[in-house]
Every structure is written in C-alpha cells, then in structure tokens.
Write a protein that binds this ligand. Structure first.
Ligand code: DNO
Ligand code: MN
Length: 361
C-alpha cells in the first residue's frame, strides 16, 4: 500500500506540500491540472512543472485524479473520436512524465452530488450532506447553483462553471442515453485507450458514481458489484481497472464493500477511503474515517486490503471541516480530518503488520 494525498496544485491549494510532508506515511501526491476542462489539451511543460514540484518535496506524482471525459465521449456522438484522440495524447504525455495511474469517472453531466456542502454535525464540525428528497424534488439547475454558489469560487473537480452553464442543452443530449447505451459508449472509449495504456504502462482506474444511484433521470453505471463486473468485462485487461471509493459505494447499504474489494482486488489500482452515515430516509452525511462514526466498516476495509497484500495507492477521501476550516476550505478537502483519517488507517495497517510478523515468528 502506498499512502497518498489529493492536492489541488501550485497556487491553487491552501494546503502546501510542506504541510503534507508533516503527515506521517504519505509518499505520493494525487494531482491534476485543475484548470483544464474536459477535452482540453494538457501541455507537456505544465505536466513537468507539477511533477518537478511534487518530486522536489520528496513525493511521487504517480496518480492523476482526474483526467475528465468530454460529454461527447459519454454521449457517443460524432465528435467522440476527436476527444478520444486528445485523451490519448494526455495519457501518453502523463506516461512520459512518470505517471502510473489515471483516475476518471463516467458520470453523465454531474460528478459527485450533494445538497449542502457545509452541513453541521453534532460536534460542531461540518461536512458534505445529501438530502434525498431534495434531489428528487428540484431541477438540476438548482443543484448546480447550490453547489457552485456554496463553493465560493474554489475549483471543484467535475463542477466546471463553463460546462454547467449549458445544462439544458446537455440534458437534451442525454435524453435517449440509457444504461446500456452508456455502457456501450464506455466500451468504445476503453477499446481505443486501453491498448495505448498497455503500451505505455499507465493503469486506468474508474471512480464509482456518487451517489450510487441514478439522479435526474441520468443513468449511472458504476454503482454496485454487478455494474462493476460488467464494466471490468468490457475490456478484460489489468489496465482497465478501478478506483474503489468506499464513500461513493457506501450510501447504498446493499453494497457489501469488503466483499467487492475481495472479489475485484486485482483490478483495484487506487483506493479511496472514507465513511458515510446513512439516515433512515436515505439522506447521508460524510463523517470521520472512524468505523464507529458511520455505516462503512473502514476497519474491515483496511483489513481486506492488508490481507490481499494490496500494493496500490490509497488516499483518505473527503473529510469534515474543522478547527477553523468550517465554510472556508474546499468542500471535503480540509487538512485536519483527512490527516486524522490517514493516522487511523495507518494505525490499523501497522497493527495488522505487527500481527502478521508475530504469526510468522
Ligand atoms: C469523491 C471524489 C470524486 C472523484 C472523481 C474522479 O469521491 O473522489 O469527486 O475525484 O469522481 O473522477
Ligand atoms: Mn472518491
């Protein structure tokens, strides 16, 4: 296992690499060029500048999250090949710079969706919250306004104001795209990119849909054990793999996450770990990484990774906002709760290492 931290880039993150150096056990920085919208070319010098900066602080920059996919690819329209060519160009450039894993998602229109970015918890901290009824009752534009308004101008991956300005048009384009069509469009994309990934040794790692159910009538196809199986079978190559995000699969109690990790372990290249608390009415809130605080058995999750000798990358995913970060930090990406999450995971991991050593003696 290699512990990593998601960082938003030079001059784009209040949390610097010097801060991150002080968190025990972190060896890698998960990065992206966050000003790039889906379909834009990534320049080699920008990639090099970021990689050099990351390496100068003693980290590796092996994982990029994300290179976003243009809607023309998800829609499977006549412009898709042009956008796939650009995607391949980015894969090649990232490989040249030493990147090993690319995380992406295939959610139409919206990336992760929440109704309140700063919902207060009983301890006075706050966190990302999803109110099921609200999403069922309002239109997509209202959600987009709510999220972009709440973020106070900070870049948030998947929520690019440029793209979301054209929501109505986008929804119109997706009106005939159902689950099967979306799977076919994903297959087309993978069949073109995976041979390149095999050639340049870059592993693709799809991120599950968040929340793990369809919203606003849009299909969502990476959200359960069966969906993941179908996805992996589209192109049966180790380079076609997963980002296994416990917080994204977590809000659906039917998802047995430890069992999913056991089953698909050899195709997991990147593990996102976080916890969610699910309420009876289907609402959920993001809580600390501690297993007892929510519905995801994070201890069991770490245990399964340990048992299988997981060699991939792990990062704490979203955390709560605390100790002055409330309403100030990039939603889900404060310093303190994620740092505590790392210590929690490493605590479990180190104990398991010790037990294993003792068994072998
Ligand atoms: C939440 C985050 C996601 C992720 C993208 C990857 O769980 O990990 O927003 O960054 O979906 O494309
Ligand atoms: Mn995640």
């Amino acid at each position: 296992m290699q512990m990593t931290w998601r960082w938003y880039g030079i001059n784009n993150d209040d949390i610097t690499l010097d801060h991150i150096r002080q968190i025990p056990g972190v060896t890698g920085i998960v990065w992206s060029l966050h000003d790039k919208v889906a379909g834009e070319v990534w320049e080699e010098d920008r990639i090099k500048e970021t990689m050099d900066h990351i390496r100068s602080k003693g980290f590796n920059g092996d994982v990029v999250e994300s290179v976003n996919i243009h809607d023309d690819i998800k829609l499977g329209n006549e412009n898709r090949d042009k956008h796939i060519d650009i995607y391949i160009d980015t894969i090649r450039k990232l490989a040249k710079a030493g990147v090993k894993v690319i995380c992406y998602n295939f959610m139409p229109v919206f990336d992760w969706t929440r109704t309140n970015l700063y919902q207060e918890l009983e301890d006075g901290s706050n966190a990302l919250y999803y109110e099921k009824k609200l999403v069922e009752g309002i239109n997509p534009k209202a959600i987009a306004d709510l999220i972009l308004g709440g973020a106070g101008g900070k870049t948030m991956p998947g929520w690019e104001p440029e793209r979301l300005g054209k929501l109505e048009e986008l929804f119109e384009c997706y009106k005939d795209v159902d689950e099967d069509t979306l799977f076919e469009n994903l297959r087309y994309f993978l069949e073109r990119i995976i041979p390149v990934c095999e050639e340049v040794d870059v592993k693709m790692a799809i991120h599950p849909d968040d929340p793990p159910w369809p919203i606003f009538g849009l299909p969502r196809i990476i959200r359960s054990r069966d969906h993941i199986r179908r996805f992996l079978d589209l192109v049966d190559s180790p380079y076609n793999g997963l980002t296994l995000c416990t917080g994204s699969l977590g809000p659906n109690k039917a998802n047995d996450i430890p069992a999913i990790i056991r089953e698909f372990g050899d195709r997991i290249h990147f593990a996102h770990i976080r916890n969610v608390r699910i309420y009876e009415n289907g609402d959920f809130i993001e809580v600390s990484h501690r297993a007892k605080d929510g519905n995801v058995d994070t201890v069991e999750v770490v245990k399964v990774y340990h048992e299988m000798g997981f060699k991939g990358y792990i990062r704490p995913d979203h955390g709560r906002h605390l100790w002055g970060e409330e309403k100030n930090c990039r939603p889900g990406y404060g310093l303190y709760d994620r740092a505590m999450g790392i210590m929690y995971m490493l605590g479990v991991w180190d104990l398991l290492d010790k037990q294993k050593e003792e068994e072998q003696r």
